[in-house]
Design a protein around this ligand. Structure first.
Ligand SMILES: [Zn+2]
Length: 411
């Protein structure tokens, strides 16, 4: 092995001797032997680069490390290049390295430079670049599958390691509104199973913001009871809400705790999510004992479908006004009909939605009748619905998943 220092860095010639017994020359046998080689090679390679680079660094006037006691970054002597063992997790496997230690000539302080040379946090056994990769893996698939996939490619990383990598990675991710994107968003929740809670469990709450270039980004995420607990999620974005020149338009599915948690803090325009309404109507009709697909049921649902369908990109003010007027009249007819028939739940539901149904179109925002958050919820559910969780567990896995799919997080 030879090491040649240059002005910028070093070149390493790495010779290795390796002994392995093979019974045959089948590809699977060769790859199994290679995986044995890899684990030895990885350790030796890292160690040799460290020593080689350490020696090069010691020839520099200003070292790439400094004494933590006195700040000296120039005068050191070697204590050892093969000191006490230390463990570090790489994405391939755990690697045991021997510490490189120097002595500060100014103050006599001895310290290890292994992690400084590696560019990883002091005292940490799992570097950020490793746990972020494992964290991403653990949010894309189940912990069991993550372990299995790793095993197939010769890694030795178990389920628990992936799990803890997810918790750690998630703790570094934060969502809030972006003042440079659009003052337009959607808020919605989806149920997830929580260990120890029967039936619907808890609700994951998601707040998305529309982007100028199309698509959405996640601006808030939390978990809590149904109908409530949105305060914490919006808290970090309050200042950004205030910074928009236009009032923020928030589309919701009718959960009144969403606007309630912003009341008194910021002024926003609420628009009822028209995409959700015909679906929610089926539920209230069921509560009112209206038989599914009966003529009564079909009348209410089909009327609502038409009332809620907004043709996008109509930009004539007069046309918009006439359109809304006609939809309002139609809705009133449906409400009057339901009222005559005694469909109490349906009437209450529609009357409650009525004031917020056309605010967006009236303000000449383009009427979006499909829900972007709905698509995002499918991304959440694909991972969240495969098991029962702790609240923090499902929140963390969803955080990374959404950051990856929507906010440009990568590892
Ligand atoms: Zn010192």
């Amino acid at each position: 092995m030879g090491i040649t220092p240059h002005k910028e860095g070093i070149t390493i010639v790495f010779d290795c001797q390796f002994e392995v017994q093979l019974r045959d020359s089948r590809l699977s046998s060769i790859l199994a032997a290679f995986s044995e080689l890899l684990s030895q090679l990885l350790r030796d390679f890292i160690q040799k680069v460290l020593v080689g680079y350490g020696e090069y660094a010691m020839t520099l006037k200003k070292k790439p490390f400094a004494c933590s006691c006195c700040g000296n970054a120039e005068e050191f002597t070697w204590k050892t290049k093969h000191g006490k063992e230390t463990k570090i997790l790489t994405v391939y496997r755990w690697v045991v390295l021997q510490q490189l230690q120097v002595l500060c000539k100014k103050c006599g302080h001895k310290f290890n430079i292994t992690r400084r040379l590696l560019g990883i946090e002091p005292n940490k056994r799992i570097p950020a670049e490793t746990y972020r990769k494992l964290g991403l893996l653990g949010c894309l698939t189940t912990y069991r599958v993550a372990e299995k996939i790793g095993g197939m490619f010769g890694w030795a990383v178990d389920k628990m390691t992936v799990w803890s990598a997810v918790q750690k990675t998630a703790s570094e991710i934060e969502f809030k509104l972006d003042g440079n994107e659009l003052p337009y968003g959607e808020a919605d929740g989806t149920g997830v199973g929580i260990t120890g809670i029967a039936k619907r469990g808890k609700e994951l709450k998601v707040f998305v913001q529309y982007k100028k270039g199309g698509g959405v980004r996640v601006a808030g995420l939390d978990i809590g009871n149904y109908n409530g607990a949105w305060d914490n999620l919006f808290k970090k974005s309050i200042e950004v809400f205030k910074g928009f020149r236009k009032q923020f338009l928030l589309v919701t599915d009718g959960d009144t705790s969403i606007p309630d948690s912003l009341k008194g803090k910021v002024k926003i325009i609420i628009q009822r999510c028209l995409w959700h309404m015909p679906y929610q109507a089926r539920y209230v009709l069921w509560q009112d004992d209206v038989k599914r697909k009966s003529s009564e049921w079909l009348y209410v649902v089909s009327e609502l479908m038409e009332i809620c369908a907004i043709r996008p990109f109509v930009d004539c003010k007069k046309t918009i006004e006439a359109m809304i007027e006609s939809k309002r009249k139609r809705l009133e007819k449906v409400i009057a009909h339901c009222s005559r028939k005694g469909y109490k739940h349906t009437v209450a539901y529609l009357e409650n939605a009525q004031p917020d149904m056309f605010t967006a179109i009236e303000k000449r925002f383009n009427g979006k009748t499909t829900s972007k958050v709905e698509r995002l919820m499918r991304t959440v559910n694909m991972r969240a619905n495969v098991s029962k969780w702790s609240e923090a567990g499902v929140l963390n896995v969803t955080k990374i998943r959404l950051a990856y799919y929507y906010n440009g997080f990568d590892a």
